[in-house]
Design a binder for this molecule. Structure first.
Ligand SMILES: *Cc1c(COP(=O)(O)O)cnc(C)c1O
Length: 433
């Protein structure tokens, strides 16, 4: 399998280089040359396969010879050692719960697979790897927990000061060891621009290797397709799948699974008021905007990084894109009302992100009464108890995995927004200047 640069299709690399560079030198994203088509026998066996088994079979097609089969089995067994749960909401609606991992959000899937790949590659060339991550909240915690103690790898997390929850901040700032948190005086988009800017312009010589662990890294994207096989294997084919979308990695991974032969009927891209993609899907015009703050904060993205990958899967053909994907967006008031109403109607407790996906699915199913679907729940409602509890007037359980984080031992570096600031920090720390 080869990966090409979206901005320069002639520049091709193998899986290892695509993963270790994270993003290519002119900020183009790496994209698999072809989406591997899975055999009919694989789909026949699908209902019996565990997530880790699916990961090995599908993942191997993307990884090629860059990771030996026995290592892939070890990486996948280690990364996907927590449950994925499907539940029936009503006759037409199922939920795919992706929040049973260590940080109670779906970012665990990508982060843990990526950590496995990094640790395998780093152990084979002895160069110190410095992983830069920009986060609006959930990514940072998932990356920190996945990379904690991984040898030869340092992680530097940038998050917008004051714009993440206390729980999310704890997950990033209290671990220590090889994890450093930087609090940026700016927005998530500023953090993302700092990572991109530094990766593309900073010369680190041969002392360290700088890379990223954002959803732009192909090794985070690929594992996010595995649970769609798992879900469709259990639920049966022909379903509409609604994905709560921010940077659009999760839905891109669903589209990749679909193109590999998985029986999906249609995709719904559900967002909050950061609605540039739903607007593109109705007008054909893509206009990036500044991100707006909402209660579904992990989706507060004004210029989704994976959007060019999503459209490329359909050869950037607007007709093909809109026949595969529909967009819906909802404001905080609608999200709150839906959390309240769905709890009253079904007893199911949604988090604000899953609520957006559930609303999007309802919107599409209303227009297509013969269809049924699955919506994706990306975070445990306990992570957003402050929002959810007043709406349902019931206590929300905080998942076990989140209770153990020490409080009051926060360590972070405060930084003004700008790639220069980050580059200065890195040259001091690693004496590269
Ligand atoms: C990151 C995140 C999303 C958005 O996923 P993308 O792949 O960026 O579209 C949705 N929900 C939660 C809880 C998240 O953390």
């Amino acid at each position: 399998m080869r990966y090409y640069n979206l901005k320069d299709p002639r520049a091709k690399v193998g899986f290892r280089d695509a993963v270790m560079r994270g993003i290519s030198s002119d900020t183009g994203l790496f994209m698999p040359e072809t989406i591997p088509v899975m055999e009919p026998q694989f789909f026949e066996r699908l209902p019996e396969l565990s997530l880790a088994e699916i990961a090995v079979e599908v993942g191997t097609r993307y990884v090629g010879n860059d990771i030996p089969p026995e290592e892939m089995e070890r990486i996948c067994a280690g990364a996907f050692d927590f449950p994925v749960i499907m539940r029936e909401i009503d006759g037409r609606k199922q939920v795919l719960e992706l929040f049973h991992g260590p940080t109670a959000a779906f970012k665990d899937f990508g982060a843990r697979f990526l950590a496995g790949c990094f640790s395998y590659f780093a152990s084979h060339d002895g160069m110190r790897t410095v992983v830069l991550v920009a986060t609006s909240g959930d990514t940072g915690g998932a990356i920190a927990s996945s990379f904690l103690g991984v040898e030869g790898v340092d992680v530097i997390i940038l998050y917008p000061s004051g714009k993440v929850s206390v729980l999310q901040e704890n997950q990033m700032t209290t671990l220590g060891q090889n994890i450093t948190a930087i609090e940026v005086e700016g927005t998530f988009d500023d953090c993302q621009a700092m990572v991109k800017g530094t990766l593309t312009t900073m010369d680190t010589g041969n002392r360290i290797r700088l890379t990223s662990a954002n959803s732009i890294n192909i090794a985070r994207l690929i594992p996010q397709s595995f649970y769609y096989y798992y879900a469709v294997g259990r639920a049966g084919g022909g379903k509409v799948i609604s994905v709560p979308s921010g940077n659009f990695g999760n839905i891109t991974a669903a589209a990749m699974a679909w193109q590999s032969g998985l029986d999906i009927d249609h995709l719904v891209a559900a967002t909050n008021i950061n609605k540039v993609v739903p607007e593109y899907l109705s007008s054909g015009v893509f206009t990036p905007a500044s991100s707006l703050q909402t209660i579904a904060s992990a989706m507060d993205v004004g210029n989704p990084g994976n959007f060019p990958r999503l459209t490329r899967l359909y050869d950037d053909d607007f007709r093909r894109i809109t026949s595969a994907i529909s967009g819906y967006w909802f404001n905080d008031g609608q999200i709150r009302e839906h959390i309240r109403a769905e709890f009253e109607r079904t007893g199911y407790i949604l988090d604000p992100h899953g609520a957006v996906a559930s609303l999007g699915l309802d919107g599409y199913l209303e227009e297509h009464p013969e269809k049924s679907g699955i919506f994706v729940e990306t975070a445990h409602p306990g992570k957003f108890a402050g929002t959810v509890e007043p709406l349902i007037e019931t206590d929300v359980e905080i998942p076990e995995s989140l209770r153990g984080f020490p409080e009051g031992q926060k360590e972070s570096v405060i930084m003004k927004s700008g790639s220069d600031q980050l580059a200065d920090f890195l040259s001091h720390r690693y004496s590269t200047g």
